[in-house]
Structure formats: structure tokens, C-alpha cells
Design a protein around this ligand. Sequence first.
Ligand code: NAP
Length: 541
Amino acid sequence: MTSPDYDAVIVGAGFSGVRALWETLQQGLTVTCLEAGGDVGGVWYWNRYPGARTDSEGWVYSMNFAPGMQSLWNYGERYPSQTEVQQYIGRVADSFDLRKHVQFNTRVASCRFDETTGLWRITKEDGSSVSCRYFIPATGPLSIAKKLPFAGLADFKGDWYQTSNWPADKVDFTGKRVAVVGTGATGVQIVPKIAATAKELVVFQRTPNFVLPGRNYVIDSDDATAIRDKYNDTWSLASNHPFGLPMIPSGKELKEMQGDPVAIRQMLDKAWEAGGFHMQFETFDDIFTDPESNAVVSDYLREKIRAVVQDPATANALTPRYPFLSKRPPCGHFYYETFNRPNVKLVSIAGDSIEVDATGIVTNNDKTHYDVDVIVFALGFDAATGALCEMDVRGKNNASLKDKWNQKVETFAGALVPGFPNLFLICGPHIPFGNMPVVLDAKVQWIGKTLKYMKENNLATIDVKDEAVEAFLKDLEAAFQATLFAESAEKSGAWFVGANIPGKAKGPLFYFGGMQSWLGWLAKESDSAWSSMVFSQPVKV
Ligand code: NAP
């Protein structure tokens, strides 16, 4: 049996990479982790733009793989800032002495499966390479930024920044004329921050979003003690929630409440006041599937936008026409209020496009020009598949993952890809749409179980049978089609169906059937000696 350099190579040292490092070391494997950044953190290492913070509460944006982990968070705010999250991941890595297994500033260029030896060869950008038996990309669902499509950017005389690769040093906007392009979750976070110091801020919006109020607050030591005391219960609640959040569905649908408009209003007001994702997870249980129920919530949110934004034309432009949840709603902190400031202007480019020139931004239809000193791009990510395709992954018969996925994205439960033996995905396509730390924990546990089974049974490689992939994809598609946004998500350009990247194959990139149903696919395998898988024996050389 040819010996690899390592049993496992993990790519990426964000939440999923750190979690996978711990898991593989627990299994007694030799492992290295290749990380492009200079520290652990993953997306939290790169996205250090002003205002960056989680939009799941800190008590569930965490890890829980070993006893006592609740003491590793220094809970400071309801939604931890980028700095807090980065420090937390660092503390987890240090507590379990994981950093020594990470090769920082190391970007992967290609990954090849060798059918003769059953090993993967992972080649770094500097040309050096390592071989391994198990290849575990932990590259995150939202890590490869959308390419900037502005040919004129090279001529721009001012400064420009991309939120997904923000400089470590503070950027000073004081007295500057600034443009922000993009109003997704990232744009929504950075806009109020820049508005506070810029002389003028112009926000270019192509599609409006339903921005939910975050209602962040400071956590004092008493609150932090309570969070730590309830840590395991909170984690268990989240693990049993379809979207991995510690929320309790109302148990009510619109049709049961239709005769009681006061009760409906009270329920919606409560969710609005609570802030964050309580709006979609603690109001009507059928908000994802019933157009009428969704319309009641959508109209309520539209009314709130008009109530906050003073200029009617600006309020109108900020108001989405599509059903709530057709795009992933951002969580804002005084986002709508920012448009009441005299130094902030919204430019709607719906049905239009923009170009950059030497002195600023020009709209392509009516050629209106906006002179600016600084441009900030928050254009989003090539979600789910982007990072994996960028690494030039090749499986059996030298087949390219990118080529395959350009035709159709196929996985088994977002964990295995047919024709790519011993490739274990963590946060790629087809994982449940939801709170990632909870989702990835479940996935890594299953990968750990699978590796243990292979070791105990002296199995060299695992691949998945086509019929298992087909059955899973059928369920994935059915779950997506059951949502009311099966059509509107693509029209509104949602990244979770690939509609934000020109030329990308469209379809559900995430599983909308809920965590428990998804876990059922994985559990069925581990409970049946991985009956949908094909294993190979070690090759003697
Ligand atoms: P996004 O939601 O995809 O938003 C990108 C924005 O850029 C959209 O407004 C988009 O307009 C615009 N855009 C793209 N290309 C453009 C072009 N050529 N011209 C003009 N505008 C263009 O990306 P994101 O804001 O980075 O958020 C992505 C996801 O990351 C979020 O949904 C969330 O899951 C995650 N995230 C989380 C947090 C958090 O935890 N707090 C923070 C940030 C991001 P269209 O809508 O018209 O395409």
C-alpha cells in the first residue's frame, strides 16, 4: 500500500477546517491543513470590513465538539463583530493546539486523484505538493468573491476596496466622497459605518432586499453567565431546528389566524422587535411555502421600510416587490435609517448597469455620472461551488469537478461526489441552508464516523453509487420546489440558486428540506454499513 505524506489534507482553517482538524486528529490520523490566509478564521479573516458581524446570535455561532467549549467565547455583543469571531476561532485553535497543523499563506492550485494508488495529490501555488488518502476541502460556502465586472476600474484614479478582501489597516473615509456598490448582507453592514464619516455616500442598488433589524446589544457578565449555563441546551435546540437556529416555531399558520388580525399584528410586531431571523422562523410556520402567509409578512416589512425612510421615492426604491425570502434577507443595524441622512443618496440601478471610469461611476442607460474618491464593492460570492471549482479538482479519469458542476451539481447529501473517491465536502453545495456552525458540526461528525469505519474495516477508498446520488438529488429538488421562492429566487438573483453569477448553472445549491431530513440521508448510511457506497481495498505495490 503506497504511503501518503498525510492521512488527510484539509483545505481552509475557518470554522469547518478547525472543526475537521480536531475530528481527524481525534481519529488518530496524520493531517495537515492548508490555509491561504495568514491566520485561522476563514471568511472572518478576509471580510474585516467596517460593520462586519454575524447575523446569527453569538451563542449559536460557535463550536461544541468538546466539553467546556462555552468558556472559549468572551461574549461581548449579541452579534459578535468580525474581530470577536476571529479571536474566538483563534482561541479554539489554541485550546486544542491545532495551529501547528496549519500551513498558513498556502493557497492550493490543484488536486488530483490517482486511481493507481488511491491517493490524492494536492499541489500548492508555489508548485510543491503533498499526498494524502482523504481530501477534505473546508473552503466555505461563501469564500470566493464575485469577479469585478468593470472594465474601466483600471482607469479609476481614486481608491477602491473589495469587502471580501479588506485591508488589515483601518480605511479612513473622513471627508471623502464614497460609492458603495452592492446592497446584500455585506453592503447593508458597511453602508451605515461609511455614512458616519464620509462627506458623501452614494449607494448603488440593483435589487432591493428585505433588511431585518438586527437589534444588536452589549452582553454583560450576567448575560454571559446565563449563556454559558444554557450552552448545551441552546446547541441542542439549534441542532433540532430545520435551519440550525435556537428558535421555536410558533406552531401557527396564516389560515388558523386569519380571523384575528390583532393577533397577527402582535406576532409580527414581536418578531420585528426581537430583530434578526425571528421574522422568518417564529411567525407563520408556512412562510416558506404558502404565498398568502408570505405575502402578509412581506407587506408588513414593506410598511416598515416606508415608516422608517422619510423620502417616499427612496423608500419606494428600497422596497422589494418579490416575496420575502426569495433572497436571503440581510440583518441590518440602522440600515434604512441611514438613508435619512443628508450625506447619503440611493441610486437605483434596477434594469440598468454601471461602469467605472477615471473619476467615478456612470450609469449605462442615462449616463449619469457620480464623481467619487473611493469605491467599495460588495458584490457577493460565487456560492457553494466557487471555491471548490477554483482549486481544479480532478477525480477518476482525470474528470474535472468544475466541468462536471458546470453541467450539473451532483453530490450525495453535500458530503460525497460520485467519481471523486475519498473527497469529503464540508461546506460545499447541497448542505442545509441555515446556521453554518451547527450544520458543519453535524457534517464533520459524519465524516469522522465514516473515516473510523473505513479504518476499522481496512478500506482504502469510498465512492458513492449513482442511484444514491439520484435519490438524494430528487429529494433536494422536491424540497426546493415546495418553497414558494422556487421561481422567484432565480428571478431576484439569489446566490443560493447560483443566479448572482453570470453563466453559472441555475438550481438549488442548498438543501431546503431542513437539517433533520438531510441528516437522515447521512444517518441512513452510517446505520447500514454505508450501503450506498462503494469501497475499495488497499492496493498492494
Ligand atoms: P450578495 O447578497 O450576493 O449581494 C451582492 C450585492 O451586489 C447585491 O446587491 C447585488 O445586486 C450587487 N451586485 C452584484 N453584481 C453587481 C453588478 N455588476 N452591478 C451592481 N451591483 C451588483 O452578497 P453579500 O452581501 O456578500 O452576502 C452574501 C451572503 O454572505 C449573505 O447572504 C450571507 O449569507 C453572507 N453574509 C453574512 C454576513 C453575516 O453573517 N452577518 C455578512 C455578510 C455576508 P443583485 O442583488 O441585483 O444581484
